[in-house]
Design a protein around this ligand. Structure first.
Ligand code: FDP
Length: 447
């Protein structure tokens, strides 16, 4: 047991080596690779043996190459061997982030942001679980309609506040955009003074900008069906923007970044257990909330989505309104006449976080494509499709509109929708194969 726990800890430690900055630098050559290193887990460690091999089979080979290169560059061993801590608690999310920040000081602000997301998630998990007892089911009495034209549930509004407040009281967030807000949320002027004096000294507004969907799938919540929080964190590219003045557009622009600029993303699934899956750009890591100790514990180090699955997941009621390539693709999956010659099974929760979570673990394909009624699909690019695409890609999967990578789309609008199909690489490639047989001009989705 002891050996397994230590191995787990080491595996987590190894996870801290590369990070989004390294990944992004490889992608954009914008920054030098990080010189950090933690010892690799040795093969002989219990059931965790081979975890690194698992990681290296991911499609982002360059990323893992940079991990090992970085490890070799290290002179003094700095591997945190958490034997004391881990023998009792496993690697907690807080510990994971502390070590990440220690190894990568330029990411240190992420630590407090993740801490806030973690706290908000625990609160939301509790609110969702107890909603039938506390009268938090149903719609707002005021009959509020959000910016999407959807009626707002009580939990939509409360969870929005919980997350917004948790993030803004880091004193580090510049602009927040969420599904329930029709404008970025202004961070109080005096927060920096009250909570983050060092930010005052720097005289910056904050390094990051967060986008989130506080309670995705909320139409399901009263029926006890899984829901989730989705978040994406970008670097804030605007030095100045004043939300109180006529400068709103400038502020909005800072959230309009493509998925490939994400520094971190993740989701929290509120289901039979509360899971927090996240990426910092170097693999996807899954934590499970242990209510007994009040911590998220690393349970899924280095998530790897199967290359091909046997499950498809989408709202099939829209099938008659889909593009022909999509119809052909699903016909192949459901009849076993597709590339894999396997008849797939259908699973659709109708709650993106739950459907993505299953797809990450079991493989297959999930999506909300364009249809004749929803020509851009239904999912929001900025705070649903892009953060999930980042996570899925980091687990070795793929995410596409049918024509192009979700991560490459430049948003023009905070609440913009986009067709999104994501999951196992072979499943997504099969879909792309169908689209390649027709002209983009014939597509329902015309970006
Ligand atoms: P919801 O409206 O309940 O918030 O993005 C919104 C979303 O849920 C996704 O979570 C889900 O995948 C999709 O809508 C479900 O839409 P349909 O009901 O049209 O299938």
């Amino acid at each position: 047991m002891q050996r397994i726990v230590v191995a787990l800890c080491l595996s987590a430690a190894a996870a801290l080596v590369p990070n989004s900055a390294a990944a992004r630098s490889a992608a954009s050559n914008a920054k030098a690779p990080l010189k950090v290193g933690l010892r690799r887990p040795k093969r002989e460690y219990g059931s965790m043996a081979g975890k690194e091999e698992l990681c290296t089979t991911l499609s982002q080979h360059w990323l893992h190459a940079s991990r090992f290169a970085a490890t070799l560059e290290r002179v003094a061993p700095t591997a945190p061997i958490f034997s004391d801590v881990c023998s009792e608690t496993g690697v907690t999310l807080s510990r994971f982030m502390i070590e990440t920040a220690l190894a990568n000081p330029e990411l240190s602000e992420l630590e407090s942001i993740f801490s806030s997301i973690e706290t908000a998630s625990k609160t939301i998990s509790n609110l969702v679980r107890r909603s039938s007892l506390t009268g938090l089911t149903g719609y707002l009495d005021s009959g509020n309609i959000n910016i999407q034209g959807e009626e707002q549930k009580k939990l939509d509004v409360i969870t929005n506040d919980v997350l917004k407040n948790a993030l803004r009281y880091t004193g580090r967030m510049g602009v927040l955009a969420s599904e329930e807000e029709d404008a970025p949320v202004e961070v109080d002027d005096d927060i920096e003074e009250k909570y983050q004096k060092e930010v005052l000294v720097e005289k910056t507004r904050g390094k990051y900008v967060a986008v989130f969907d506080p309670l995705d799938g909320s139409s399901n919540v009263d029926a006890g069906i899984p829901t989730g929080t989705i978040f994406g964190i970008f670097e804030d590219k605007q030095d100045e923007c004043d939300l109180t003045a006529d400068d709103l557009d400038t502020c909005l622009e800072t959230t309009l970044q493509p998925g490939n600029s994400l520094v971190a993303s993740g989701y929290v699934l509120y289901s039979s257990a509360t899971h927090l899956f996240m990426t910092l750009g170097a693999g996807t890591y899954g934590f499970t909330y242990d209510e007994h100790i009040g911590e998220f514990v690393l349970t899924h180090p280095c998530v790897e989505i199967p290359k091909r699955g046997k499950i498809y997941s989408c709202n099939e009621a829209n099938r008659p309104y889909w593009d022909k390539p999509l119809q052909d693709y699903f016909e192949g999956l459901s009849t076993g006449t597709g590339e894999s010659k396997t008849q797939y099974t259908s699973r659709y929760i109708g709650s993106m976080v739950g459907d993505v979570h299953r797809t990450l673990l079991y493989g297959g394909v999930f999506g909300y494509p364009a249809d004749a009624k929803n020509k851009n699909g239904k999912l929001r690019l900025l705070y649903e499709a892009a953060p999930m695409a980042f996570l899925v890609e980091q687990a070795g999967g793929a995410a596409t509109t049918g024509r192009g990578r979700i991560m490459d789309i430049e948003p023009t609008n905070v609440h913009q929708r986009v067709p999104c199909m994501l999951g196992s690489v072979d499943d997504v490639n099969e879909l792309l194969g169908h689209y390649s047989k027709t002209s983009p001009a014939e597509d329902i989705y015309q970006p």
